[in-house]
Design a binder for this molecule. Structure first.
Ligand code: AMP
Ligand code: FE
Ligand code: FE
Ligand code: ZN
Length: 280
């Protein structure tokens, strides 16, 4: 579904690489007339409590979520997990490993960049509330340093995967991640499967394999999905009975994506919730 009302099921706050607080996202969602939203910060659930409290104060619904960067056969896939138990030990231990790796990787990239740009580790993490550091935080330091106009320009010039300043980071295997989300009582949804920036579309056969491993939904309505790559995925989603979600991938000022630009109908959210072990 494009536009309002409904739920925006994919947003990021200052707890990962968004630029607004969870309470601000809740206020904006309510002002837009959304029925609810999910906070899906990268590799952390730190923003949930504030988001839930603010959502309820504004009289809208809150869906707790997370976005995991995963990899299988050298293909990067982003996975959304909804309704996971924040005490689930296996998943939480995996998140600690991922965040530690993110930290080491970001430090390494800053060391590489510091040869040519006047940036310091302090300028990258100094002001940040996040425990899940990523390239957007490095981009922000480069923007503050006057080198680039915005995050997108920093990504296009020096932070993209073929850049000499790029370093890879440890990612969970896609199938392991689906298993961890399920073991944590949550439901797994494949994020932006045909985003422009993934140089190839996710093939329908991979979606079938993920579904066999327990994937329940697919984010077909997303501003970065390429329209011409969508038809085969719409077909496989219908064939498998996957839930189709819509979201903005809002990052505040960090990306052009607008809150609520794609949404998920209430009925789909209810079906997602029905798949959560202990409804949250
Ligand atoms: P990382 O997690 O460190 O690999 O960084 C990836 C994150 O950077 C993604 O979650 C996006 O939100 C963000 N990102 C990727 N490309 C861009 C871009 N061109 N402009 C702004 N943010 C971007
Ligand atoms: Fe992000
Ligand atoms: Fe993503
Ligand atoms: Zn995202």
């Amino acid at each position: 579904m494009t536009g309002l009302p409904g739920y925006d099921l994919h947003t990021h706050s200052v707890h990962s690489d968004g630029t607004t607080r969870p309470s601000e996202i809740a206020a904006e969602a309510a002002a837009l007339g959304l029925a609810g939203f999910a906070l899906t910060d990268h590799d952390t659930v730190d923003g949930w409590a504030e988001a839930r409290e603010a959502a309820h104060a504004h009289g809208i619904d809150f869906v707790p979520g997370i976005e995991l960067t995963t990899m299988h056969n050298w293909k990067s896939r982003h996975l959304l997990g909804y309704g996971i138990d924040p005490e689930a030990s296996e998943l939480m231990a995996a998140l600690v490993r991922v965040r530690e790796a993110r930290f080491d990787r970001a430090r390494h990239m800053v060391d590489l960049l510091a040869v040519d740009y006047d940036i310091t580790w302090e300028s990258v993490v100094g002001e940040s509330a996040t425990i899940s550091v990523g390239r957007p935080h490095i981009a922000d330091a480069l923007v503050v340093g006057g080198y680039f106009a915005d995050r997108s320009a920093a990504f296009a010039e020096v932070l993209h995967p073929r850049s000499p300043y790029y370093a890879p980071t440890y990612a969970l295997d896609t199938f392991d991640a689906i298993g961890l989300v399920r073991a944590a009582g949550g439901v797994a949804v494949l994020a932006h499967p045909v985003a422009e920036r993934q140089s190839t579309p996710t093939p329908p056969e991979s979606v079938r394999e993920f579904a066999r491993a327990g994937l329940v939904g697919i984010e077909l309505e997303h501003p970065e999905n390429r329209a011409d790559w969508l038809p085969p995925l719409r077909a496989v989603a219908a064939e498998l009975g996957l839930l189709v979600t819509g979201s903005s991938d809002y990052h505040g000022a960090g990306k052009p994506n607008r809150l609520g630009e794609h949404t998920t109908p209430q009925a789909t959210v209810e079906l997602l919730r029905a798949g959560v072990a202990t409804p949250r």
